[in-house]
Unconditional design. Structure first.
Length: 238
């Protein structure tokens, strides 16, 4: 099974137009591909109604169940938004940058698990860590802090911060090296096989090379997912 995830972030999307462009380019979704869309909170219901063939995911969740937390959304509230909502991102670099520690990322997953929403765990290093040769140590710290108390995400997405939104994806060797670090960690911890994804400037021009990795099960796409036609072209090449 392959997985293709669109992260629309805080971009305004005309969902009907996006769906029309997507369907016009990709007439039929292959049975071995699961396509997941991460709209903003307000568009989850509308997107579910207009794209019943797609699975929904949220972009973030609160560590709190209820209370005076302005602007936050709880896992329980997400679970009531749409029957098509099955997943939620945790640990995305843009959210970590705002202050989400490894401990907070773990707590968010625990809240999601309690509401039967699967976590998509994002990990990845910045350019300074890569250049100092400390990627392995950094990734293992992110992973080790998460995999405690039986917690387990549905996917792990490797998103090198230096490749996100830059238009310059990681090369195949960099991707493979990072995925091997994650795979060895999972094996040593005797954890079940978890699909590994890549995110960072994925497009229809480079997705075939990226997906040529034997370890990779899919992609988490940002900018290129905003255009339904381009996202469909990526799906065609899976």
């Amino acid at each position: 099974m392959k997985y293709l995830i669109a992260n629309w972030k805080m971009n305004s999307i005309d969902i009907e137009e996006w769906q029309n462009r997507f369907n016009k380019t990709l007439k039929l979704i292959k049975k071995d591909i699961e396509i997941i869309v991460c709209p903003n909170y307000l568009d989850i219901i509308k997107c579910s109604q207009q794209a019943p063939n797609l699975i929904m995911a949220a972009q973030d969740v609160s560590i709190h169940d209820d209370g005076p937390f302005t602007g936050q959304i709880s896992a329980y509230q997400l679970s009531r938004s749409s029957e098509q909502l099955k997943y939620c991102l945790v640990g995305h670099s843009e959210v970590r940058f705002k202050g989400d520690s490894n401990s907070i990322v773990k707590k968010k997953s625990q809240k999601l698990e309690g509401c039967n929403i699967n976590s998509i765990l994002c990990v990845g290093e910045d350019e300074s860590i890569l250049n100092k040769g400390e990627r392995e140590k950094f990734l293992l710290n992110q992973l080790d802090s998460y995999f405690q108390d039986g917690l387990c995400p549905k996917f792990i997405a490797y998103e090198p911060i230096w490749a996100i939104g830059t238009g310059i994806p990681a090369d195949k060797k960099n991707i493979d090296d990072a995925l091997k670090i994650i795979s060895i960690f999972l094996k040593e911890k005797k954890l079940k096989k978890i699909p590994l994804l890549y995110g960072g400037s994925v497009s229809s021009k480079n997705v075939e090379e990226i997906m040529s990795s034997d370890i990779l099960s899919g992609c988490l796409v940002g900018n290129a997912s905003l255009d339904g036609e381009e996202f469909a072209r990526i799906a065609k090449k899976f």
